[in-house]
Design a protein around this ligand. Structure first.
Ligand SMILES: C[S@@+](CC[C@H](N)C(=O)[O-])C[C@H]1O[C@@H](n2cnc3c(N)ncnc32)[C@H](O)[C@@H]1O
Length: 203
């Protein structure tokens, strides 16, 4: 993601190519994100690992005058994000998902799509996502999932060595969210991808 080419082609070429392959033909991720996050007008939304803002902009439109922040570690991805036609309530921040530069409980919804498997410390990122979630807030994750006969640890080792990306066990993310006190944890598996949603308890 550090080259300047990938950010330019990511949204319109790269992602439309690999996403249906990974997700057994599914192409409705934006609708799924919006449904899982249940964004209301005025909600504040954080998009962790936002890349060129391909989901962030949709969140901006859904939240109307709420603040929507796209966060990414890559300068070139964020440069592409700000080149796009962003709604006026969208801002971008360069930071590490494992150390979110925000106070506790500041966001009504937090999305992390197609980024956890790149993040060096994914459980630390989940700690941070839960920390910044307001009471009653919603979280939506899209990540890899191990299918088939190989144990999760073996599949992860093989894929990580070949591609540098992590494979999560079937219940690794649902368990991580439940252990951190989130409720209504739900998972949908499509191909080698898992969509996971959950909510923070109301205060
Ligand atoms: C495949 S893109 C996902 C973009 C968008 N969310 C989507 O679903 O299409 C993954 C992004 O995660 C970012 N990323 C990787 N590790 C990160 C970290 N530790 N903190 C923040 N962003 C990170 C990369 O820079 C990249 O832009």
């Amino acid at each position: 993601m550090i080259s300047s080419l990938v950010p330019r082609i990511y949204e319109r070429v790269w992602r439309p190519l690999w996403s249906p392959l990974l997700m057994a033909g599914r192409r409705d991720e934006r609708a799924m994100a919006l449904q899982m996050l249940a964004i209301e007008p005025g909600d504040s939304v954080l998009d962790v690992g936002c890349g060129p803002g391909n989901f962030t902009r949709a969140f901006g439109r859904a939240s109307g005058d709420g603040l929507v922040v796209g966060l990414d570690a890559s300068r070139t991805m964020l440069e592409q994000a700000v080149r796009e036609a962003n709604p006026p309530n969208v801002r971008y921040v360069r930071a590490d998902a494992a150390a979110l530069p925000f106070p506790d409980a500041g966001f009504d919804a937090v999305c992390c799509f197609a980024a956890l498997y790149f993040i060096e410390q994914p459980l630390r990122a989940i700690d941070e996502i839960v920390r910044v979630l307001a009471p009653g807030g919603r979280v939506a994750l899209l990540a890899s999932v191990v299918r088939g006969p190989l144990p999760a640890s073996a599949a992860d080792a093989v894929v990580r060595r070949a591609t540098g990306t992590r494979m999560f066990g079937r219940d690794a993310l649902t368990r991580a969210l439940a252990e951190r006190g989130l409720t209504d944890v739900q998972q949908r598996v499509a191909g080698l991808a898992q969509f996971v949603s959950a909510r923070a308890e109301d205060s």
